[in-house]
Design a protein around this ligand. Structure first.
Ligand code: NAP
Ligand code: GLV
Length: 327
């Protein structure tokens, strides 16, 4: 009998042989996440948990996991996990940074282009039989090349988006919690500005911060009022960074021109959300990292974190390094 007991909350796109050599592994087989009450019971019996961003790993659940040695999330963002609660219990939490940066920046760029050039509207227009002739003013949108891009959160994904924007000769502004090194600013060709200036001067704004108390509803009525009426907002970070009611007001009243979201509040977006009635909004179902190669890398990284935690070794990618300090 392998020494450890592990729960994986969804099927992964890789083989689990190496993990199965050291642990008895249970994999939740449904497409929908396991119910919270089921997870709460199960966590009492396991040494390692590999979870997804749809699993609420809150304080009561972490406290119930009396034998838990490691929590390993297959995602970079860990806002679904109560990190302080895990840290108090000295449980390291692993995540998957870096391997999904390019895929998420690529999807961000797809949304910039699709929103600017009205790709989704054009597809709906064609399929509904409205395409009768070439027209000088049909489905016009703004230029991306040469426009001003504002990046909020200049971390891994923000920087990868800046690299893509350079190829489009854009003027790139950014606002981030910590200013980048001057050398990086120069190599990316980006200018650090205040949040207000970024809102006022950008033609496109793209969000790449984690969700935290500081970034919850960072975009609301006051921010939309400051943006250009021609501006397009992209969010591939986390849904609750934008107040959805304020976004509806801004888009329906022409305060901004358009938006494209890979993430919503809540997820999935309710089918009666007024946002779904708007033509100037594109929504994709949280697929930022959804390339075949990226998802395999994420799964491998999550297993590596899990295995390290079970064996009492440092996690290769740990979000709460404080668990390793003496006090
Ligand atoms: P990262 O490297 O940690 O970058 C985040 C950046 O945001 C950092 O530069 C951080 O500053 C900055 N930041 C934090 N709080 C801020 C605030 N209040 N105001 C302004 N900037 C702030 O993370 P990443 O790998 O780029 O990922 C970013 C987020 O994208 C993840 O947390 C996740 O939620 C989301 N994501 C979504 C998908 C998807 O499928 N749609 C895929 C991957 C990631 P510091 O340097 O000071 O920390
Ligand atoms: C996806 O949203 C992630 O945080 O990896």
């Amino acid at each position: 009998m392998p020494p450890f007991r592990v729960l994986i909350t969804r099927r992964l796109p890789i083989e689990l042989d190496e993990l199965e050599a050291i642990a008895s592994v249970e994999v939740w087989q449904e497409r929908q996440p396991p119910p919270y009450e089921w997870l709460l019971e199960k966590v009492k019996t396991i040494d390692g948990l590999l979870c997804l961003l749809t699993d609420p790993i809150n304080r009561p659940l972490i406290e119930a996991g009396t034998s838990l040695k490691v929590i390993s999330q297959m995602a970079v963002g860990c806002d679904n996990i109560d990190i302080p609660a895990a840290t108090v219990r000295k449980i390291p939490v692993g995540h998957t940074p870096g391997v999904l940066t390019d895929a998420t920046a690529d999807l961000t760029w797809a949304l910039v282009m699709a929103a600017a050039r009205r790709v989704v509207e054009g597809d709906r227009f064609t399929r509904s039989g409205q395409w009768k002739t070439w027209e000088p003013d049909l489905l016009l949108g703004p230029n991306v090349s040469g426009a001003t891009l504002g990046i909020v959160g200049m971390g891994r994904i923000g920087q990868a988006v800046a690299q893509r924007a350079k190829g489009f000769d854009m003027r790139i502004l950014y606002h981030s919690r910590t200013r980048c090194h001057l050398e990086l600013e120069q190599s990316l060709g980006v200018e650090c500005v205040s949040f207000d200036r970024l809102l006022q001067e950008s033609d496109f704004i793209t969000i790449h911060t984690p969700l935290s108390e500081d970034t919850h509803h960072l975009f609301g009525d006051a921010q939309f009022e400051q943006m250009k009426s021609s501006a397009i907002l992209i969010n591939t970070a986390r849904g609750p960074i934008i107040d959805p009611d304020a976004l509806y007001r801004a888009l329906s009243q022409g305060e901004i021109a358009g938006a494209a979201l890979d993430v919503t509040e809540p997820e999935p977006i309710p089918m009666d959300s007024p946002l779904l009635t708007l033509d100037n909004l594109i929504i994709t179902p949280h697929i930022g990292s959804a390339s075949v190669q990226t998802r395999r890398k994420m799964a491998k990284m999550a297993i590596a974190n899990l295995t390290a935690g079970l064996n009492g070794r440092f996690l290769p990618h740990c979000i709460n390094l404080e668990v390793y300090s003496a006090h």
